[in-house]
Write a protein that binds this ligand. Structure first.
Ligand code: A2P
Length: 340
């Protein structure tokens, strides 16, 4: 029997994540019957390549989704808030990369290796949320640890690439770096301070509790995906002058006794993860190795000697691929396999 094919749209197609979504649909051989590439009016007149064809970029409008089956959204939170319900009303399932719908109790928040069953809940609103990039790569190794040992508390510090902010931030790091090495003045337009040769402990806006929205996304989304509100999570999220891949230092305290050796062998068997952990050979996860591929790299796995049941680890993944586009297309794969 011929494989079923789907009419697909990418909203935000000209952006860093949208562009990668188009490539992932192609690379992952998603059964695309037709594709519509949507962006703002500024991009009308541009074309983007899909499977060798040049596809015109259209302006995203209320009626853009008629006759479509699936729309991958990465055009910012306000665009998702406005247009995702329209798309869903027209019978098109939205997989949304923004934070607009993630904590809606009727919207599933899915990392396919962790909670694919949650996709079933998409029928409530016709929207499925793609989690925050830092959260995706953290819950991937933490999920098997939680199942086996029960996680009590997570303390995470992130080192996040500028591509998470979008194309303008990639250009800003490049322009500032070039200016700096040529002893020229440089401008900040995207971030409140210079990002080149600097670290900013500030991602997304600050909240009344002193944390940033990015930090609270890690707290709330981790609990939702792992389906356990009792897990304590505390996060410090930092922007660093790296183009692609987020790195994370993660400390986990478990309920049952655990050891670094056990965690290493558990993660070696976990789909989507590659353990890179041979410090004597200078082998540990690096942003430059994670970039451009889909595995989440885990290393520096150590017993936390300050508490009875604790583990430290270093987790790195490509924030645009597994942290966004790849995860969204994997959700679409679950959707078409089991639900469409
Ligand atoms: P455009 O390129 O036309 O501005 P990034 O996160 O890399 O900055 O990309 C954001 C993406 O979201 C781009 O494709 C951008 O399109 C799109 N976008 C931003 N605002 C809107 C909007 N109001 N309507 C449709 N697309 C939008």
């Amino acid at each position: 029997m011929a494989e079923k094919q789907f009419n697909v749209a990418v909203a935000g197609a000209t952006g860093a994540v949208g562009n990668q979504m188009i490539s992932c649909l192609e690379e992952m051989n998603f059964p695309v019957k037709s594709i519509r590439l949507l962006a703002s009016h500024r991009s009308v007149g541009r074309t983007l390549r899909f499977k060798g064809d040049l596809i015109p970029v259209e302006e995203l409008k209320e009626d853009s989704f008629k006759g479509l089956d699936i729309a991958l959204f990465s055009a910012g939170g306000s665009t998702s808030k406005t247009f995702a319900p329209n798309a869903a009303r027209d019978g098109c399932v939205v997989i949304d990369n923004s934070s607009a719908w993630r904590m809606d109790p009727h919207v599933p928040l899915v990392v396919p290796e962790v909670n694919p069953h949650a996709v079933a809940q998409h029928s409530h609103k016709g929207i499925i949320a793609n989690p925050n990039c830092s959260t995706i790569q953290m819950v991937l190794p933490l999920s098997p640890i939680h199942k086996k040992y029960g996680i009590k508390r997570i303390v995470v510090s992130t080192y996040q690439a500028v591509s998470g902010t979008g194309k303008k931030a990639i250009d800003e790091l490049f322009d500032q770096s070039r200016a700096m090495i040529n002893f020229l003045d440089c401008q900040n337009n995207v971030y409140p301070h210079r990002i080149a040769f600097n670290c900013l402990p500030h991602i997304d806006s600050f909240l009344d509790n002193g944390y940033t929205k990015e930090e609270m996304k890690m707290v709330n989304e981790t609990r939702k995906i792992l389906e356990d509100d009792t897990i304590g999570v505390t996060a410090t999220t930092v922007r660093v002058p790296v183009f692609y891949s987020h790195s994370e230092s993660v400390n986990v305290e478990t309920k049952k006794p655990v050891s670094a050796t056990e965690v290493r062998s558990l993660l070696e068997k976990t789909p989507g993860i590659k353990v890179v952990d041979d410090p004597e050979q200078n082998l540990y996860p690096l942003a430059i190795d994670a970039a451009g591929q889909d595995l989440t790299l885990v290393g520096r796995i150590r017993d936390d000697e300050s508490i009875p049941n604790g583990i430290n680890m270093w987790i790195v993944a490509d924030n645009i691929r597994k942290g966004a586009a790849t995860n969204a297309v994997q959700i679409a794969q679950v959707l078409v396999k089991d639900y469409l």
